[in-house]
Design a binder for this molecule. Structure first.
Ligand SMILES: [Fe+2]
Length: 287
């Protein structure tokens, strides 16, 4: 007998066009737009939404396994100011939020992780062990974060901060295709995160991106933690071809990063201490 997932795959094959390897990003986006906003994937079981917080230009991502009875879900990089929006979407879609996970200790906004935990008891926070931040669960390279029968794979991509990781959807016939990489600030669309604070290193960032992200299949969709120009997605192949910094050789890249002359991050003195404790600094000091 066919499983529920097999039936979903068959029905999807007859009701929607099939995305093949080699399609351009424009084709992928056009395909995704027929499936709903920011659902640039062919998987019929993955619920995927991209959300935006305008003050820090941060993207939060919602992922869930629609074919599992509980519809287990997770949020990547939630922001404190948009937690109520995120919860209303989770509830509206009938999902069970299991995890609030961060790609790194952010310096430009306070994470929504702590608020989510307080408003939805049972939600667990996740961050990399290398971040040295507080969380319910610490992940290391190669770990899997499971939600239903889907999972994210953890890849260490330090350089913007010492604890940065990239989360990549699973590799396998029952996982979404193409794969999706949530790169945090390690790799941005046509850019990358700064490397002059929080244990940053341009040398390390270059190696991280080339060894952990650019080794993924070229059609892997790439979703960053931020965009400041209105772009929403890219692909590994596209960044390997067009990223103005990371297509350079390492020494040129290090020179570019050393001469960015960026201002001191205005939120860093508030955001980093709060994010080291899941964004609950104010709550804890008031207890
Ligand atoms: Fe960052």
């Amino acid at each position: 007998m066919l499983s529920k997932f097999q039936l979903l795959k068959i029905s999807a094959a007859f009701s929607t066009p099939t995305l093949q390897k080699g399609h351009s990003l424009q084709q992928i986006v056009a395909f995704g737009s027929r499936m709903g906003p920011a659902s640039y994937t062919t998987s019929s079981r993955l619920i995927f939404r991209q959300m935006f917080e305008k003050e820090s230009s941060t993207y939060t991502y919602l992922l869930a396994d629609a074919s599992h009875p509980d519809k287990p879900a997770l949020l990547v990089d939630p922001v404190d100011k948009t937690v109520d929006r995120d919860i209303s979407l989770v509830k509206g879609l009938g999902l069970k939020l299991m995890y609030a996970i961060n790609t790194h200790v952010h310096a430009d906004h306070v994470t929504g992780t702590g608020l989510l935990k307080s408003k939805l008891p049972g939600v667990k926070s996740i961050i990399s062990k290398a971040s040295n931040a507080k969380a319910d669960r610490f992940v290391e390279p190669g770990d899997k974060i499971c939600f239903g029968d889907l999972f994210l794979e953890v890849r260490a991509t330090p350089g913007h901060t010492q604890g940065c990781v990239t989360y990549v959807t699973g590799d396998g016939p029952d996982q979404p295709q193409p794969r999706i990489a949530f790169t945090g600030d390690a790799l941005l669309i046509r850019g990358c995160g700064r490397t002059d604070f929080q244990g940053g290193s341009s040398d390390q960032l270059y190696d991280s991106v080339h060894s952990q992200i650019f080794t993924l299949p070229g059609d892997t969709l790439m979703y960053p933690a931020h965009d400041y120009k209105g772009f929403s997605a890219s692909s590994v192949g596209e960044e390997m071809q067009y990223n103005p910094h990371l297509t350079k050789d390492k020494e040129t890249f290090k020179g570019i990063m050393a001469n960015l002359k960026l201002p001191y991050p205005k939120m860093i003195d508030i955001a980093v201490p709060a994010n080291m404790v899941c964004g609950l600094q104010d709550f804890e000091s008031n207890l």
